[in-house]
Write a protein that binds this ligand. Structure first.
Ligand code: NAD
Length: 309
């Protein structure tokens, strides 16, 4: 098949692009390199630097494409609180530009990398796709708007659309910004360096951590799965892990005795998050296969940035 991946130089985009190229597909990648790194892509991926709002560029890249993976986005919840306009332009505007260009060229399938952040505070767990979203950051709102836009524009123009609500993905190559880094890569790095690990709140808040290879498997399956037009599907591990337990696992896996500080003054976000994977199992035949302990070991092994000091 011929694929276009937006955000292809990012953490999840590059893993997906390389996997599809390994399977023998034709893969084009677009990324503005705001955080992505083209070095992460195998030489078999045809990479173009550009903005997802650049429709003329999209018209060219979309020729003969069977399916688009739309992964390009600004991804920091905290940053989105400071710069909501930018998040709206990239995540919502970028999605609408892509859908318009797909309509113009006549491409018939798109898969959106959406987010479990859309659920926000919910009274019940696990989180099912039919729950009423309660986004509590501009980032989460932008992902929800993108879901609505692809489904609505798709149904108007006969484009098949599927949104995958990805939970806390982790693994080698994840961007580690200086401010508000993702917890798994950050805690592994701090543990190896012997730096203090500051845990937000009391660490009892839970998340659903899913290894990058499992996310990639779900995404690959979505390209050819039947009867998923218009659906939103969760992608996670289905296992709820507290931040406290995650940190303990990081310490055991790295053999580190680094200092862990619980800062009750920093809010820890929603208290619980766990994906219900019934729909993913039924529609994509998906089951997460890599437990957190193994995922942490693989991340250490495969990420050259994570080496003991
Ligand atoms: P990432 O930051 O590594 O990847 C995003 C990529 O998009 C980057 O390479 C960046 O340079 C690119 N990009 C940003 N704005 C762009 C623009 N205007 N035009 C072109 N390219 C642009 O993040 P990631 O973790 O790989 O996330 C990929 C997708 O998956 C995002 O859409 C994100 O919202 C979604 N997602 C990720 C997670 C996770 O845990 N990693 C969870 C839920 C959803």
């Amino acid at each position: 098949m011929n694929f276009l991946i937006t955000g292809a130089a990012g953490f999840l985009g590059s893993a997906l692009a390389n996997q599809l190229a390994r399977e023998g597909h034709q893969v084009r990648g677009l990324d503005d390199l705001s955080t992505g790194d083209p070095q992460a892509l195998s030489p078999d991926v045809h990479f173009t630097r550009g903005d997802v709002n650049d429709r003329p560029k999209l018209w060219t890249l979309l020729q003969e494409v069977d399916c688009v993976y739309h992964m390009a986005a600004r991804v920091s919840v905290q940053e989105s609180i400071l710069y909501p306009r930018e998040y709206n332009a990239a995540n919502v505007g970028g999605t609408v530009s892509l859908m318009e260009a797909m309509r113009d060229v006549g491409v018939h399938r798109v898969i959106l990398a959406s987010s479990g952040a859309i659920y926000g505070y919910q009274p019940n767990q696990p989180l099912t796709e039919d729950m009423r979203p309660a986004p509590h950051s501009p980032y989460a709102v932008s992902k929800l708007a993108a879901e609505y836009y692809i489904r609505t524009i798709g149904s108007l123009w006969g484009i098949e659309t599927t949104s995958l609500r990805i939970f806390n993905a982790y693994g080698p190559g994840q961007n580690i910004p200086a401010s508000h880094p993702p917890i798994v890569s950050h805690s592994l790095r701090q543990a190896l360096r012997g730096g203090t690990l500051v845990v937000h709140s009391d660490g009892q808040q839970t998340r659903d951590y899913v290894y990058v290879d499992d996310v990639t498997s779900a995404m690959v399956a979505t390209a050819t799965a039947p009867n998923i037009n218009g659906l939103v599907i969760n992608v996670g591990s289905g296992i709820e892990t507290s931040v406290r337990d995650l940190i303990n696992l990081v310490l055991t896996t790295t053999g580190s005795q680094t200092n862990v500080v619980f800062n009750q003054k920093i809010a820890g976000g929603v208290s619980r998050m766990c994906a219900d994977l019934s729909l993913a199992s039924q529609k994509l035949n998906f089951r997460a296969s890599i437990p957190l302990e193994e995922g942490l070991r693989l991340t250490l092994k495969r990420d050259p940035r994570l080496k003991a000091a």
